[in-house]
Design a protein around this ligand. Structure first.
Ligand SMILES: C[S@@+](CC[C@H](N)C(=O)[O-])C[C@H]1O[C@@H](n2cnc3c(N)ncnc32)[C@H](O)[C@@H]1O
Length: 241
């Protein structure tokens, strides 16, 4: 089965197991990280994109409550339906964020003050992640922010039994060194890193994940081979400031 179908069907089945309607007892890290983004964002109203928004709780809901205009994207219909109910002020789209067709809905010319992506890159094939980070950078206005949670050591695989349910799930991640390089190549500077411990169902701790808070500092330029100060990535070039 296509890994993205495993993830989509997995979250359709696991949506409520992953996160209840109220986030008082879960989504603790996401709430803290969202408050860090809120601390540095320009005053509302401003636009924020929540990639892999899940059921919209807590991140989209916190941002919408603070007066920001939130667009959430998630591949799972169940997650998106719940987000529409739980965060009625937001706009929620069911789509694969790494697909070309998402650009018909959120064109690359549309700019956001911040893009957040908590625990979603780890469900996208690692070969697509660098290009997605570049796309996220394109969506962020210059001087804007990005917050993401990524893996630490390279691993791709699937499992049945996550969250105690008889449901298949699939993950894919690169090394933290690669993520640091990819975000810098995409025009971000790293403002802050934080390690997140993840409890697993047997009570032990997994390796966890890394939270990155980023600011966009580079401007996407048309490729100009006459300018020695440009760095080239996949035919596009980024002017280092
Ligand atoms: C671990 S959950 C995280 C949800 C929320 N961001 C949070 O931290 O609570 C990952 C979410 O990413 C979504 N997702 C996975 N792959 C995706 C893709 N290619 N495009 C959009 N959403 C995706 C899943 O459906 C799921 O809701």
């Amino acid at each position: 089965m296509d890994p993205k179908d495993i993830v989509r069907q997995g979250y359709d089945a696991l949506s409520l197991s992953y996160r209840g309607d109220r986030s008082e007892n879960d989504g603790h890290n996401q709430k803290l990280w969202t408050s860090q983004v809120l601390d540095i964002l320009p005053s509302a109203p401003a636009k924020v994109l929540d990639i892999g928004c899940g059921c919209g709780v807590p991140a989209s809901r916190e941002l919408a409550s603070a007066g920001y205009s939130v667009t959430g994207v998630d591949i799972s219909k169940v997650q998106v339906d719940r987000a529409r109910n739980l965060v009625p002020e937001g706009t929620f789209i069911q789509a694969d964020i790494a697909s070309e067709s998402i650009l018909e809905v959120i064109p690359i010319t549309e700019k956001f003050s911040a893009v957040i992506a908590f625990y979603v890159l780890i469900h996208i094939p690692v070969g697509e992640q660098s290009a997605l980070i570049h796309r996220m950078s394109d969506w962020v206005e210059e001087g804007g922010y990005c917050a993401m949670v990524v893996g630490i050591t390279p691993w791709t695989g699937e499992a049945v039994g996550w969250l105690g349910k008889d449901v298949k799930m699939w993950w894919s991640q690169a090394s933290i060194e690669e993520y640091r390089k990819w975000v810098k190549d995409a025009g971000f500077e790293i403002l802050r890193e934080e390690h997140a411990k993840d409890p697993v169902s047997d009570g032990s701790e997994s390796e966890g994940h890394q939270f990155l808070l980023l600011r966009k500092v580079s401007k996407l330029q048309q490729k100009d081979t006459s300018d020695p100060n440009t760095n080239t990535y996949n035919g596009a070039s980024y002017l280092m400031q």
